[in-house]
Each structure stands twice: as C-alpha cells, then as structure tokens.
Write a protein that binds this ligand. Structure first.
Ligand code: FMN
Length: 182
C-alpha cells in the first residue's frame, strides 16, 4: 500500500473528476493554449497523432453541439469553452479511440492543474454529423469526444458521493500477481 506522503504526490490525479456545470467565466487564452499544448503532446499509437483540436469559445456553437447530443453532451449547456478532439479515419478504429481517450483525459487533468474544471462528453453517432457541420469539418474527419472547460459552479464542486465511494473498493479492483482464486 502507498503511504500517505506518496499518495499525496499523486493527489492531483486522484482529484481529477468530471465536471458538468460551469460558471460563465471563460478560461483565459493562455489557459486554453496551455491545455492544447498538453493535448497535442499526448502520446499516440505509433506517434500517429490522429487528432486535431478545435478550441471553441463561441457559445452558439457549443450550444448547437449540446442540443444535437443531449443527454451525453449536457455538460456543454453551461460550458464557456470546449476543446473538440477531431479524428481522422474510421470511427471503429480502436487505436484512435485509445489515443482520443488519452488526449481527452490529459486535457481534463491539465484543467485541474490550472485550477479549472473540465469534463468528457461523447457525441453520440446520430449527433456527429451536426457537430461536424457546426465545426466545419471536412468529410474525412469526425468528432466524438468534446471536453468542456471552465470554472466549476459551487454545486459542481461539491462531492458527488461519500468520500471514497465513487469507485469500486480497492479490494475488488487491484490484485497482486494473479487473479484472485475462489
Ligand atoms: C470514454 C468516455 C466517455 C464518456 N462520455 C461521457 C458523456 O458522453 N457524457 C458525460 O457527461 N460524461 C461522459 N464521460 C464521463 C464519465 O461519465 C465519468 O468519467 C464518470 O462518471 C466518472 O466521473 P467522476 O470521475 O467525476 O467520478 C465519459 C467518460 C469516458 C472515459
């Protein structure tokens, strides 16, 4: 087991939680630039970098994507900005999906390090054409993951569940050496 001091060093990762409700205050340009630096420096399979990132500050665009994709995109209702992870190729490509997840999660963690809040919203397949239209994507690109970024409202800062209860217990999740035997 980690001791408390060791655990403390990874605390920003333990605290990286999903926020779905934001105040109107936008992140600064420098903050969004830092987050897109984090995004583009994410590692990807064979360093293919299958992504492009679109920083969206226009509330009408964010609201349009929200409306097309609710309930999955409900975090966009209040988001003052968002970063869309645009991919090339086939929506069924698992390597791209893995890379996309790595980038989205890093944006979320980076937001936390900057004192901002973020989430991960998946644009469901029926809403992807409308999201692509709003973002002006060429036909060979698609968007599935969008990361709202802003400042958490007071309500969103409150714990969503009892301390330690938001994940499966460690005893059911982490094993040593071998799968637990009956
Ligand atoms: C691949 C993936 C897709 C997700 N899609 C959505 C989504 O469409 N809408 C949403 O509000 N949250 C989405 N989430 C966020 C999860 O619901 C969230 O990480 C989970 O509930 C845990 O939240 P917590 O980290 O705040 O405890 C997604 C997360 C992942 C990893």
């Amino acid at each position: 087991m980690s001791d408390e001091a060791t655990l403390e060093r990874v605390r920003p990762l333990l605290r990286a939680r999903q926020v779905r409700e934001f105040t109107p205050e936008p992140p600064t340009d420098a903050e969004l630039e830092a987050l897109t630096e984090v995004a583009r420096w994410t590692g990807s399979s064979r360093n293919s970098q299958p992504w492009r990132f679109i920083v969206i500050r226009d509330r009408a665009s964010i609201k349009g994507i929200h409306d097309a994709g609710v309930p999955q995109t409900r975090s966009l209702l209040t988001a003052p900005s968002a970063i869309a992870v645009v991919l090339d190729g086939d929506e069924g490509d698992v390597e791209h999906a893995f890379d996309e997840g790595r980038a989205a999660e890093r944006i979320l963690i980076g937001a936390g390090l900057l004192g901002l809040a973020a989430g991960i919203a998946w644009i469901n397949p029926v809403a992807r054409a409308e999201a692509a239209r709003i973002l002006g994507l060429p036909a060979d690109r698609f968007v599935r993951a969008i990361v709202p970024v802003g400042h958490a409202t007071e309500a969103a800062q409150r714990p969503k569940s009892a301390r330690g209860a938001a994940r499966l217990p460690r005893s059911e999740t982490v094993f040593n050496e071998r799968w637990p035997q009956g």
